[in-house]
Design a protein around this ligand. Structure first.
Ligand code: FAQ
Length: 332
């Protein structure tokens, strides 16, 4: 259903001068990017390239970590032991993704503490999608199916992003997201084929998660300030709108297969484009959520801040233990 194959269109991007830094180094850097070489942590890179990567990778990491909260809300209420074990494993995977991504960003010279501080003080963003509440069990199905489905669409091209540590983290993450998408779709299938009430619950979850899922891909291309530069640097390999369209085209038949309807009166197959036309996204809502006005934005940040505070003694104890151990080993 989902492929990890990369349909690369960024090859077509012209080699445009990237910035005004040391021309020789810059030319060598550009040539490597153009040749699809990975840039590695100790390689020279333009400052703006480094900044863009820290911004995107750390925001991606924050999204994984904050993204544990909506599903974590249902671990104790999963309807069976099997569902609980699967959900626990999935939420744990998201924590792991956050850690690989923080580690990838740290190779660019930013500490984890700095990144976490930027999140907690509201300076760094995380995905809008995690500012919506999980009201019923069907929301767990909808998140796996739609949110992980959208995450895969966006992350498959990132397996060939130009920065080596980010690209390699993506390979493993995509494999795990693929399992997450399937478990979500399986929950939705079970509910959609269940009692009338279960089917209503599944439809209600789809109604609430559909539009926020389309917003995950970011603003439209003509309103995406970072895209042009990121495409030239091959950090982004495909545009926000291209990936959003691919997600719609893959997901609509999946909804039809289980008898659910996409909540979009304008959704229509377009023969000429070989793709679905779909209705207008409410960008006002998107920007409000980006500004921190999402339905449960305050709860999300409060939960992250208190988790950090509650875990302080563990970090301090681990550090004290490591120091004692180092002294003991040195003495021996
Ligand atoms: N939410 O110029 P662009 C997941 C911001 S992981 C919030 O287009 P760019 C796994 C953007 O940062 C989901 N902010 O920006 C999971 C920029 O602001 P800035 C996360 C958004 O970077 C599943 C401004 O708008 N995935 O779900 C959003 O070129 C289930 C202008 O936008 C990633 O982070 C948004 N949706 O393209 C976990 C993938 N969209 O930074 C748990 C990596 C845009 O200049 C459960 N990231 N903004 O202040 C990317 O691919 C890119 O960063 C984009 C945005 C495509 C998200």
């Amino acid at each position: 259903m989902y492929t990890t194959e990369l349909k690369d269109k960024s090859q077509k991007q012209a080699a445009t001068p990237l910035s005004a830094e040391d021309p020789e180094r810059l030319a060598a850097f550009e040539a490597r990017v153009a040749a699809d070489d990975f840039i590695e942590p100790k390689d020279w890179m333009p400052d703006a390239y480094r900044k863009t990567l820290v911004r995107q990778i750390s925001q991606h990491a924050h999204s994984e970590i904050v993204g544990m909260l909506p599903e974590g809300n249902w671990i104790t209420r999963a309807p069976s032991l099997r569902r609980k074990a699967v959900l626990l494993a999935k939420v744990q995977d998201e924590g792991g993704h956050g850690l690989y991504l923080y580690a990838a960003a740290e190779t660019l010279g930013t500490s984890r503490d700095e990144m976490v501080e930027a999140l907690h003080s509201g300076r760094a963003k995380y995905s809008t999608i995690f500012n919506y509440p999980t009201l019923t069990w069907a929301d767990i199905g909808a998140i796996g199916w739609l949110v992980d489905g959208a995450a895969i669409m966006n992350q498959v091209p990132l397996q060939r992003t130009s920065y080596g540590p980010y690209a390699r983290a993506m390979v493993r993450i995509c494999k795990e997201e693929s399992f997450h998408q399937r478990q979500g779709y399986e929950i939705m299938t079970t509910l959609a084929k269940g009692s009338a009430e279960q089917k209503r619950m599944a439809q209600d979850a789809l109604d609430r998660w559909w539009w926020p899922s389309l917003m995950m891909f970011g603003p439209p291309d003509d309103n995406s300030p970072n895209s042009a530069q990121s495409m030239r640097w091959r950090i982004k390999r495909e545009s926000n709108d291209e990936i959003r369209q691919r997600f719609v085209d893959a997901t609509v038949p999946q909804a039809e297969a289980i008898g659910l309807s996409i909540p979009d009166a304008d959704l229509k197959w377009n023969e000429a484009r070989d793709a679905y036309d779909f209705g207008a996204i409410d960008w006002e809502e998107f920007y409000a959520v980006v500004r921190g006005e999402g339905p449960v934005a305050k709860e999300r940040m409060a939960a992250r801040v208190s988790a950090r505070e509650d875990g302080r003694w563990v970090r301090e104890a681990a550090l004290a233990h490591a120091e004692k151990r180092a002294v003991r080993l040195a003495a021996e």
